[in-house]
Design a protein around this ligand. Structure first.
Ligand code: SF4
Ligand code: SF4
Length: 176
């Protein structure tokens, strides 16, 4: 009867007696060391973290930024859509009403008095960015720092809102 195999990669195991040279294991050891030696002189593909800088794709999804408009006002209007879209429930927002005299700080009448992202929960999926109707939150090619304490992974507005003198270019991520 004909035998059928899905992959055709079936290997028949042989129990044949080893030869004297095979029993010495030396040829096999030398062959293995040859492979190691061969790789020893090849160009390394691994990068030393902290010393070698890796080039990320322009669309890399790293640390978030909360954007300001051209006049420096915060774009976020605390609508909460990003928090609802977040599958990891990593975003917490507290909304507040803009007061007279604060027009230069916040673009709309409502703003986020508190905006937190728990980077231990975040899976960097980018859904918050897609959900935002105000072009306020974007993921960037920056990395989240390593920390020793869990609470330090909770990023607040102070960490997320871009600085006036250090604007973050997100033009390669803007899709709406
Ligand atoms: S990137 Fe994804 S997981 Fe992280 S905060 Fe945004 S929606 Fe949530
Ligand atoms: S970042 Fe965007 S989606 Fe999230 S609360 Fe602010 S305006 Fe709404």
């Amino acid at each position: 009867m004909a035998e059928y195999s899905l992959s055709n990669r079936k290997v028949v195991v042989s129990n044949k007696e080893m030869t004297f040279t095979e029993k010495l294991y030396l040829p096999a050891i030398l062959k293995g060391m040859g492979v190691t030696l061969n790789h020893f002189f090849k160009k390394k593909v691994t990068l030393i973290h902290g010393e070698d800088l890796k080039t990320f794709a322009p669309t890399y999804r790293g640390l978030h930024v909360l954007k300001r408009d051209a006049e420096g006002r915060e774009n976020c209007t605390a609508c909460g859509l990003c928090a609802v879209a977040c599958p990891a429930e990593a975003i917490t927002i507290v909304a507040a009403e803009r007061q007279p005299g604060e027009e230069h700080l916040y673009r709309e009448e409502k703003y986020a008095s508190s905006y937190e992202i728990n980077m231990l929960r975040c899976i960097f999926c980018g859904l918050c960015e897609h959900a935002c109707p105000k072009q306020a939150v974007y993921l960037t090619d920056r990395l989240v720092d390593a920390e020793y304490k869990r609470k330090d992974f909770i990023y607040t507005k102070e960490d997320l809102v871009e600085k006036m003198d250090d604007r973050i270019d997100v033009s390669n991520r803007q899709h709406n």
